[in-house]
Design a protein around this ligand. Structure first.
Ligand code: NCD
Ligand code: ZN
Length: 356
């Protein structure tokens, strides 16, 4: 047996400790509430910069990193991998400072208005040419929220149109730029990433692997299944599942766990984002098991992302056991409001074995 093959029995799955390559940790009391869920499971996480105000400088990212480290509970070590929020006027020299800092691992592109806290995002990528050229030269990845904001484009087509209107021209101008199509949700996205060179990869969320768009309307409107990019039809879910379980290193784990207080989700104009960190690896185990590919989970969750970011793979391990557990109806979040996690009040089929 290959040394790297995960140890898998019918009841237990031991794998290299995974990393989360796309995570929203928020700040303040929200950060303190959600961080333990991630730390229990993941050794590192790419931390999204869409705070209010956004994290646009190395100085801000360093301060945010300190706040995260101060909130890490005792237990396994956790390394936050920081990102900068791309704006129309992020100076190219900030890229130099980012590399020198050793704590910044990527820059995030939010098209202005595309999602939660994206108002300060990019209005026209042409304005960022000098900065993108510097990133290409220095090998700092661009993480893209791959949706156009043109209101004339159907919400279910926004990823495909983004690829055509933004991503394809971007890679023509910067062919060696490292790009991650974050939370890819469509067959179009999967095909695009597969056709690109090794400098282009994608993260996939557990909820896009497990749910299709019917979940948003199951018996009534389900605000806790509303995220961006929005869930897609079943054929797309199948394409994501095939990509994630294919062993292709271009596809790796990014939960996009995005907490919002209950009252901001259950509202006339509810926020986008699913909270999944409480079962951040267990939900993927379910999806991979559905596809009969549990033996492929380790590459996707623990190897390919580190390889793409040119970071060492983790050496510790975690064990999942096949045991159903009930997800609480709600989790503590803010002093005056709670968080409703994915699968609230229902069961998850894999459980993280308690640390020794
Ligand atoms: C994210 C959030 O809440 O910050 N929401 C979401 O639906 N995924 C932002 C994002 O990643 O789009
Ligand atoms: Zn996100």
């Amino acid at each position: 047996m290959d040394e790297a093959t995960p140890i898998l029995t019918a009841e237990r799955l031991t794998l290299t400790r995974p990393d989360d390559w796309h995570l929203h940790l928020r700040d303040g009391e929200a950060l303190k509430a959600v961080l333990p869920d991630t730390v229990k499971r993941f050794a590192r996480a790419i931390v999204m910069p869409n705070l209010k105000p956004p994290v646009t400088t190395v100085t801000q990212a360093a301060a945010y990193r300190q706040r995260i480290l101060a909130a890490v509970p005792p237990g396994p070590t956790f390394t936050p991998l920081m990102t900068l929020y791309l704006t129309d006027d992020l100076p190219a020299d900030e890229i130099e400072r980012a590399i020198d800092s050793g704590i910044i691992h990527a820059v995030k592109l939010y098209p202005a208005g595309a999602t939660t806290n994206s108002a300060a995002g990019v209005t026209d990528l042409k304005k960022c040419s000098a900065t993108l050229a510097r990133m290409e030269r220095l090998g700092l990845p661009l993480l893209v929220h791959g949706e156009v904001t043109d209101p004339a484009v159907d919400i279910f087509d926004r990823e495909a149109v983004f690829i055509e209107r933004v991503l394809t021209p971007l890679l023509k101008d910067f062919p060696a730029l490292k790009v991650v199509l974050e939370h890819v949700t469509t067959q179009d996205g999967v095909e695009f990433v597969k056709a690109c060179g090794a400098n282009v990869a994608a993260t996939i969320t557990a909820h896009h692997l497990l749910l299709n768009r019917n979940a948003i309307f199951a018996g009534g409107i389900r605000p806790h299944h509303y995220c961006l990019p929005v869930l897609k039809r079943e054929t797309h879910r199948q394409a994501l599942l095939t990509a994630a379980t294919s062993g292709n290193p271009k596809f790796f784990l990014g939960t996009d766990s995005a907490p919002h207080a209950r009252r901001t989700k259950e509202a006339a104009c509810g926020c986008a984002g699913c909270y999944t960190a409480h079962a951040g690896i267990e939900l993927y185990a379910e999806a991979f098991e559905q596809a009969g590919a549990l033996d492929r989970l380790e590459g996707f969750a623990s190897h390919f992302g580190a390889d793409f970011y040119a970071l060492p793979r983790n050496t510790e391990q975690i064990t999942l056991v096949r045991a159903a557990w009930r997800v609480p109806d709600e989790l503590p979040y803010l002093a005056d409001d709670v968080l409703v996690p994915l699968r609230a009040g229902a069961t998850v089929g894999w459980k993280l074995e308690d640390m020794q």
